[in-house]
Ligand binder design. Structure first.
Ligand SMILES: Nc1ncnc2c1ncn2[C@@H]1O[C@H](COP(=O)(O)OP(=O)(O)O)[C@@H](O)[C@H]1O
Ligand SMILES: CCCC(=O)OP(=O)(O)O
Length: 355
């Protein structure tokens, strides 16, 4: 039996679990409000806070660190790589620390996993990081030669729920065409063609639907004017797009439940913006249907926002004509991380090396 600590830092939460093989000993989601994270200017500044939260959870559950055989973290903004389980090595650590493709909480997954594992002399892994890249060449063309579209998305959960759906239908993931919308702090909508995510919006950096804390795509001309208005620094503009965009910008909260409450209390702006977020998700799903030439076996809605019944209904009413809609609220990421770690610990596959 192998005992693994699983670490999954998201933009609005830290998810922690301990698995004995594939049996969860405990799984916990600690949500972080925007106020709680406000004092930290960079993701890396959150290191001690997030690590502390993880070590406290282990202490509270009376799980001795020495009982662990490996630590598995959600992987961050590395260079584009193929999916799979990677050993955390020095080169990866460096790229996670500098944020070679940007800043996101998942960068801390590998770093914290490495630090905890190092002190125990056990291995640290990451699985299917947010930079898994299976995009078709045609999808990379942006319309401006200097800019290429990038694959940055909830690869771990999108793949995990797509495989779960396939299993439930008695099919192979590689036999199906699926559209998966991960609705979390960031939102990504991916076109999965026969087991490959051939197109997906960059969920981090100004593409796709707006989300609890991101703007998604914006009218480019207006954005350029704002950038050159002299009112904002580069850092301020970046924060407006990622971290302080979307629901945060309109209402000062990244918690969709707060916005729902405002809507229920009669706030018309809250209703309009919450509905607009669902509208943009539906439009993105429609785009993915064209990528798959209309041959779509199912549309899967997942992530924290998929717990919102109205939110799901607003999407469904616009996309149900494309294919059956299946809802898996929350995520399957913790089990997917444990599965990825265990395959390597059991010697079923070698850990990949990040170069
Ligand atoms: N019951 C619910 N109804 C509506 N939204 C919810 C519910 N539970 C969580 N959420 C929203 O889901 C979002 C976080 O999703 P999650 O997938 O956990 O994010 P991340 O992993 O990116 O931090 C937050 O905006 C949160 O308010
Ligand atoms: C960086 C892409 C994945 C993402 O947006 O994750 P969160 O929703 O956890 O912020």
């Amino acid at each position: 039996m192998f005992r693994m600590l699983i670490i999954n830092p998201g933009s609005t939460s830290t998810k922690i679990a301990v698995f004995d093989d594939l049996n969860p000993v405990f799984v916990e989601t600690l949500r972080h409000s925007s106020e709680e994270l406000a004092p930290y200017n960079t993701i890396f500044e959150q290191y001690e806070f997030r690590k502390g939260v993880i070590l406290n959870a282990l202490k509270e559950k009376n799980i001795p660190l020495e009982s662990l055989n490996a630590v598995v973290g959600r992987g961050g903004l590395l260079k584009p790589i193929e999916g799979g389980t990677y050993i955390v090595n020095e080169r990866m650590l460096e790229d996670l620390k500098i944020g070679v493709q940007g800043q996101h909480a998942s960068n801390l997954g590998g770093v914290i996993a490495y630090e905890i594992a190092k002190s125990l002399n056990i291995p640290a892994y990451i699985v299917d990081p947010v930079v898994v890249d299976e995009m078709d060449e045609i999808a990379r063309i942006s319309g401006m030669p200097e800019i290429q579209r990038k694959s940055i998305f909830h690869a771990l959960n999108q793949k995990a729920v797509a495989k779960r759906y396939a299993k439930e239908k008695g099919k192979k993931y590689e036999e199906l065409n699926l559209i998966v919308a991960h609705l979390g702090g960031g939102i990504s909508v991916g076109a999965h063609r026969k087991g490959r995510v051939v197109d997906v919006n960059n969920a981090l950096d100004g593409e796709g639907p707006f989300s609890p804390e991101r703007t998604g795509s914006l009218p480019v001309g207006d954005l350029v004017k704002m950038c050159f208005s002299g009112k904002y620094t580069l850092e301020e503009m970046k924060k407006k797009i990622t971290g302080k965009g979307g629901l945060m910008a309109y209402f000062g909260t990244n918690d969709a439940r707060d916005v729902k409450k405002m809507m229920d209390e009669g706030n018309k702006e809250a209703e309009l913006v919450y509905k607009a977020m669902a509208y943009q998700v539906a439009k993105e799903i429609g785009m993915c249907a064209t990528v798959l030439k209309g041959e779509v076996d199912a549309i899967i809605l997942t992530g924290g926002l998929a717990y919102g019944k109205e939110f799901v209904e607003w999407i469904k009413e616009r996309v149900s004509f494309i294919a059956p809609v299946v809802v898996y609220p929350g995520e399957d990421e913790m089990l997917a991380l444990a599965e990825g770690g265990l395959r390597v610990l059991r010697g079923e596959e070698p850990a990949k090396e990040y170069k």
